[in-house]
Design a protein. Sequence first.
Length: 327
Amino acid sequence: MFGLEYYRGFNTFEGGFRGGDTIDIFNPSTDFNFPAPFESFGLFEDRENSFGVYLQDQISLLKNLKLVVGGRFDTYNLESSVDGEITETEADAFSPRVGLVYQPIEPISLYASYTRSFTPASGRSANNEPFDPQRGTGYEIGVKTEIIKNRLSSTLAFYDTTLTNVLTTDPGNNLFEIQTGEQNSQGIELDIAGEILPGWSIFAGYAYTDAKVTEDNTVPVGNRLESAPEHDFNLWTAYTIPKGSLAGLGFGAGIFYLSESPGDLDNSFFLDEYTRVDAALYYERANFKATLNFKNLFDVSYFEGSGREEITPGDPFTLLGNISVNF
């Protein structure tokens, strides 16, 4: 496999801010004053150019042993202007990828992989400094097995990923971002997917994630990463009537659980754990398909995650309908 990728982007931002009175969100008042005038952020302009070339080959060393070898080279240029003052950031990187798959017996595959990544980071810090590209190093080992031949399979994976120059909210000014020194995520993932019986499918997954700051000059080392729950479990099962006058009619249901997660990198507050139930009812016949999706069936209140200046609530009970005809 061989490929080329080219990106060119432009971004312009101009804004201002001003302070105002505080508001009691439990007893809000419309009598609100802005004692200070607007102050300008300045005029920010960015021009990005990146080019990547990649090559990968999958080689059968033996009948039951496969090797994947690949690499990608990226070159990146960012020209930033703040009120006419121009600074330039350039970076080049090579990112290798190596993987090995071994089948001791037909239904079992053992695998291991090593990857490096390179991700340009646009924007500037509160000190008007351009950001360095993000670099990542990942290791993964696992086993894939067929529980029921050609129908039901399972994967167990152990991974370790280290990222440097990650963008996070600036604790000193939440209107901007900073690049932490290093973040590490280690974990285990287990999933089972396939068809248990004709018409009856299932997907179940569990993930344990230990994601934390490992090096930093601002954030305490050992702090957990924001919006990264330790435990994530999901189960979805569906049944479609395979024969008879009701063939094509189906229904499904799923349960999704996330443990508590930090709301910010300082770990000053946490988003509560939650369990959500979804369901679906559908009918498919020939070129016609109709679907009803029931999200958050029991109207549970929860938060999906947090960002620079907000906490995102999950959707309440939602009903989505879709009808399609293929010609």
